[in-house]
Ligand binder design. Structure first.
Ligand SMILES: NC(=O)c1ccc[n+]([C@@H]2O[C@H](COP(=O)([O-])OP(=O)(O)OC[C@H]3O[C@@H](n4cnc5c(N)ncnc54)[C@H](OP(=O)(O)O)[C@@H]3O)[C@@H](O)[C@H]2O)c1
Length: 367
């Protein structure tokens, strides 16, 4: 073998070995080990923790010391929280690549849950935006608990008037995702026709309502059992994905918001009007490439088509929450709550969400 060939072979072997080593490292799951420590002291509160990645059985109800807010923080007594697929991605450490940020082998942060609604119980010395007794909702890391701490400038807002804690807790992640998918990424205009794939889930139920409130014609894709609900939320047309593949139909859409990722990108583009937009919210399932495959395909395909393809990641903020609260107060949107669980039943709630057929949102009500 000549020297250049030897170098190339050596390089190839190095790349293969390095890839294998990286794959082994990020997919390694530590044992759960000893039970979580119970914090000492009088002031303790219930919180869900997970010490290792895995199925819902890794979720434990534990007792933690009640936190004290710093100068710019508020302490919220959580009354309700809601579940999102994001939570089981964190719980399972899947796709494995997210472990580069959530912790290799085991989770760095053992608390779980994003969405919450509750009442402010204490405020730090510099807090001016909120006061004790305010009913608030928002996002955090660790909302499956009786207390959370939030910075006053973070993703936190006054709850919509008239909403229950469960209805407000359902709203943050799913509502913000739906809003940003349609308004910012979809650039939805009144009179346009939007197709929402996965219309009956957490994000979809808000997306149908927001699209309708903005004057769009809405087609919702779900199984047949959810069609009446979608029509009551404002869908003009419904498609049963078990009977009909919408990418084979004659209808053409200005915007497709895809929560499911069960059709090839090119098939979605085939049913878009010229200049139409495809907003990808959710993708294929799997521990490896599946969920991120659209991020790889999007830049490869985009230069060759006259459509916009956007793979989005929702960004939460107090302003976005306040905008959603206004929409709920004016009756433009409501929360569709499928099931409600106690905090101790979180493993069952998570298993239900993971089945992928929740009808609207799954919530946890915290005594
Ligand atoms: N990019 C982001 O920033 C972002 C933010 C939030 C969520 N997400 C992702 O978006 C996706 C949806 O989230 P979600 O909270 O709405 O999930 P979800 O509530 O678990 O969605 C469940 C819904 O999906 C429907 N569904 C299942 N298979 C379907 C199919 N083949 N075709 C059409 N509908 C189908 C189900 O309807 P049936 O019961 O009728 O089957 C069910 O109502 C997830 O992958 C999530 O990770 C991404």
């Amino acid at each position: 073998m000549k020297l250049p060939q030897k170098i190339l072979t050596g390089l190839a072997a190095f790349v293969v070995l390095a890839t294998a080593a990286l794959a082994l490292t990020i997919s390694y799951t530590s044992d759960c080990g000893a039970a979580a420590a119970v914090d000492e002291g009088d002031e303790r509160f219930q919180a869900i923790q997970f010490r290792c990645y895995g199925p819902p059985e890794v979720l434990e109800l534990t007792l933690l010391a009640k936190p004290v807010p710093k100068d710019d923080e508020v302490l919220v007594r959580v009354k309700a929280a809601s579940l999102n697929p994001l939570d089981w991605h964190y719980m399972r450490g899947s796709p494995y690549l997210i472990r580069l940020t959530t912790g290799l082998g085991a989770p760095d942060n053992q608390r779980l849950g994003a969405d919450f609604a509750g009442v402010i119980e204490a405020v730090g010395a510099n807090v001016s935006r909120f006061k004790v007794g305010d009913a608030v909702f928002g996002t955090t890391r660790g909302s499956f608990a009786a207390y959370v701490i939030k910075h006053q400038d973070g993703s936190l807002a006054i709850m919509p008037k008239g909403a229950s804690f469960a209805e407000a807790a359902a709203l943050p992640v799913a509502g913000i995702t739906a809003l940003q998918a349609l308004r910012d990424h979809g650039k939805l205009q009144s009179g346009q026709h939007v197709l929402i794939n996965g219309a009956s889930g957490g994000v979809g139920t808000y997306a149908v309502q927001i699209a309708k409130a903005n004057g769009a014609t809405v087609t919702g894709v779900s199984s047949e059992r959810n069609h009446e609900m979608l029509k009551s939320l404002g869908a003009d047309y419904v498609i049963d994905y078990r009977q009909t593949n919408y990418t084979d139909g004659d209808a053409r859409y200005d915007l497709i918001v895809d929560m499911i990722g069960n059709h090839p990108l090119t098939a979605n583009l085939d049913v878009l009007q010229a200049g139409g937009r495809l907003v990808i919210v959710g993708g294929e399932k799997g521990d490896w490439i599946g969920p991120i495959s659209n991020m790889i395909k999007q830049p490869l395909l985009s230069p060759f088509v006259d459509h916009e393809i956007i793979v989005m990641l929702a960004q939460s903020s107090g302003d976005e929450l306040a905008a959603l609260a206004k929409m709920m107060e004016s009756g433009e949107i409501e929360s569709v709550i499928d099931r409600s669980y106690a905090l101790s039943e979180l493993p069952a709630a998570m298993a239900y969400l993971e089945e992928g057929h929740a009808r609207g949102k799954v919530v946890v009500e915290i005594e």
